[in-house]
Ligand binder design. Structure first.
Ligand SMILES: [Zn+2]
Length: 99
């Protein structure tokens, strides 16, 4: 379940604290029930980006135009932040969660 596919990021993607930014391919963590849940429950502002269920969580992931999740809050190719439910948070490294 936790076999993340980390995507190579550009070498200049370093913070001032020298923590390398990383990306995880969304499809590698997205629930196989995502599409079915979206179909059944509809798409809402609080729909979990990982499993497609509605969530009361105030946590988010940062999604890029490359189809990846990133731990870089200032990623140049951002599609914005998307809600993630409390169960799905457990699938992700903590530095990929935004509150
Ligand atoms: Zn979820």
């Amino acid at each position: 379940m936790n076999n993340f596919i980390f995507v190579e990021t550009k070498p200049n993607n370093m913070t001032h604290t020298e923590i390398p930014f990383r990306e995880i391919n969304l499809e590698s963590v997205r629930s196989k029930n995502y599409d079915a849940n979206l179909e059944r429950l509809g798409e809402h502002s609080n729909t979990c980006f990982i499993c497609g269920k509605r969530t009361a969580s105030d946590a988010y992931v940062h999604y890029t135009t490359d189809g990846n999740l990133t731990n870089n809050p200032e990623h140049a190719d951002s599609q914005g932040l998307y809600s993630v439910g409390s169960e799905c948070l457990k699938k992700l490294p903590t530095d990929f969660i935004y509150f």
